[in-house]
Design a protein around this ligand. Sequence first.
Ligand SMILES: Cc1cc2nc3c(=O)[nH]c(=O)nc-3n(C[C@H](O)[C@H](O)[C@H](O)COP(=O)(O)OP(=O)(O)OC[C@H]3O[C@@H](n4cnc5c(N)ncnc54)[C@H](O)[C@@H]3O)c2cc1C
Length: 362
Amino acid sequence: MDNTEKIHDVIIIGGGPAGLMTAFYCGTGGMKPMILEALDFLGGQSAALYPEKPVYDVPGIIECTGQELSDSLTEQVMQIEPYVEFNQSVDEIKQIDGVWGLFCKSGKIYKTKAVVIATGKGAFAPIKLGIPGEDDYLGKGLTYTVKHIADYKGKDILIVGGGDSAMDWTCTLKDVAKSVTLIHRRDGFKAHIGAVNQIKAMAEAKEINMFIPYEIKKIEGKDKEGKNKVEKVTIFNNQTNEEKTFPAQSIIICAGFKPTVDALKKWGVELNEKGLIKTHDICKTNLTGIFAVGDATEYIGKRHLIVMEFGEAASAAGAVSTHIYGKGKGGAEWWAGPKKKKTGNVEVDKDDDANKQPVGAK
Ligand SMILES: Cc1cc2nc3c(=O)[nH]c(=O)nc-3n(C[C@H](O)[C@H](O)[C@H](O)COP(=O)(O)OP(=O)(O)OC[C@H]3O[C@@H](n4cnc5c(N)ncnc54)[C@H](O)[C@@H]3O)c2cc1C
């Protein structure tokens, strides 16, 4: 049967860390979740925006890259055999005959008893600085994301920003680049204090250059054919107007990403002033049967970190199970592992009775 013909237990919109782990915990609770992903790969931001950046703060993994994290999450989640459909961008959510209908831009409509919104910051739209030359040099040395660290080998790099991404890229790229200069337009940093202190120590040790409060004034450069190519940049102190001009072949702007809330607004979920979903009482939205996890949400104490999303995923699976099967039945469970368990290099077929019925099914 085609996936559009069934009424699914739960459909998770978005295959980033939050959506993947929600699928996993739904699976451990005996449900057969489905993931709809707008892109043609899983992993969300860690695969799309920072595949080569080191990640140090996922419990149990001392260090991995964004891509490695996505790959191992995907492998872990595939053990519960979810349905996954790629290139399905959910555009509208409406009630159809007492269940939720998810209307995709492709024209496909999926029906489900429960929905978990795990759309992160939506389609990733970088926040632009509005500086001269920003659009002209985009993709010609100026970028908002780093895909391949090797592209920066031996280059003079200018990194702009005061958040975690700017700190991360400064730390990571200083070892491959010829030089890294970090500028930030104000004294205060949004980044984690530990990262800021590390960057300040690097600047003191002259491993990087750091100029605060500085902004970009001018980008210059042409290739042999006369087309734009970043070669030189002029920055200015926004308090004294003092200017500095230096060679730079790459400019990485880390001003964050705008949530594309247009879809969320259409879906009728209650949003806060930042356009993020207000969740109440563990991942519930204002709409019955619609839950939300991950970067798409905000509540008191929320940090947009993968570790929080994993916890929300377990809570959401429990809430979904209660919605479908009733209170106290099912949800994220201790799990005895996949049906075919690998023991050393031998695959063992396990007695799978426990997995035949959803834990909470009547
Ligand atoms: C540069 C950078 C470095 C970071 N480093 C770290 C770090 O070291 N440690 C850490 O804990 N966190 C880090 N983060 C934050 C972390 O990546 C996010 O908190 C996490 O990715 C959020 O997961 P998510 O699943 O909620 O959303 P996302 O990862 O944003 O995934 C959402 C998914 O939903 C899909 N989607 C969106 N809209 C739709 C739609 N309408 N229909 C179908 N699919 C849709 C998207 O294509 C995407 O795949 C970093 C973020 C950035 C930008």
